[in-house]
Design a protein around this ligand. Structure first.
Ligand code: MN
Length: 287
């Protein structure tokens, strides 16, 4: 049964940039600074995945954030986070940490494994101007607490945020109304997944296993592994047709349409607010 009548198509394909962050963690920056306005309210997406401890073992020692949310999805591996308010948690194998930095905190994100695979994503989601200085907050969502639904076609949807196929996700956020799904396609070729998307939502798909096509008929575009497809904003949703055993994340959100000013781990609306953030950090006001 077709639920999408006018599927969105691919506006452009993005190849991530290999880079290092933290104390020397190798990662791929898929959504970088130059896409922040196009993919508003999303500010960054990093993909990491390696079975070489040298690529991840240094971790992310103490560093601050202010003005947005970080969403870390750990597909494989274990990472311990500690923040300046005394919160601590272990993020592992299929779990998510959703952190609202708000007015600011300092935290560390360190691997709690010395070997094996570490794989996952960190997404930065902006906060509206009126909430940028809110009280910091976070939630650790263990893998078993992430709602899952399997479509009639056999696609397992892990619903991290938003709603898919009548299943509400682990998180709902006002203002940006984010959708964040991890899609596991079955061991069969040409499996179709359809998802309605609000027209205003900016949306993208990132393939981390296999490959898929976005769109229908002769307007479909191939999206190979390790590519992000930025979706057009026309149409009533997205139609994906995947190779066997493909895995992809589909992310969408309602743009804030506010000025974006970023200085490293601080994302505000104006340069003055960034200078204030630096001053506050140096004065020890972020823990
Ligand atoms: Mn961080």
């Amino acid at each position: 049964m077709t639920i999408i009548h006018h599927p969105r198509s691919v506006e452009r394909l993005i190849v991530g940039q290999e880079t290092q962050d933290g104390a020397g963690v190798r990662l791929t920056r898929v959504l970088s600074h130059d896409l922040q306005e196009r993919l508003d309210p999303f500010l960054m997406l990093d993909a990491f995945g390696s079975d070489n401890p040298g690529d991840y073992i240094a971790g992310f020692p103490n560093h601050p954030h202010r003005g947005f949310e970080t969403v870390t999805y750990m597909i494989a591996g274990r990472m311990r986070h500690k923040d300046s308010s005394g919160n601590e948690g272990l993020l592992q194998n299929g779990g998510v940490q959703w952190m609202t930095a708000g007015r600011g905190l300092t935290h560390s994100e360190m691997p709690e494994q010395e070997e094996g695979v570490m794989e996952g994503f960190q997404l930065w989601l902006n906060l509206p101007a009126k909430n940028k200085l809110c009280e910091p907050w976070y939630r650790d969502i263990q893998s078993e607490s992430i709602p899952e639904v399997t479509t009639d076609e056999g696609v397992l949807v892990r619903v991290i945020a938003g709603q898919s196929h009548n299943t509400a996700g682990a998180m709902q956020r006002e203002h940006t109304d984010p959708l964040y799904f991890d899609l596991h396609f079955p061991n069969a070729e040409d499996t179709v997944f359809e998802q309605p998307l609000p027209t205003l939502h900016n949306a993208f798909v990132y393939v981390y296993r296999g490959g898929l096509k976005v769109g229908q008929g002769n307007k479909a575009t191939d999206v190979p592994i390790k590519r992000m497809a930025v979706l057009t904003n026309d149409g009533d949703g997205v139609v994906l047709r995947a190779q066997a055993n493909t895995r992809a994340i589909l992310i969408a959100g309602k743009p804030l349409n506010e000025p974006i000013a970023q200085y490293g781990p601080f994302v505000m609306n104006t340069r003055e607010e960034l200078l204030q953030a630096v001053d506050d950090f140096r004065a020890g006001l972020m823990g």
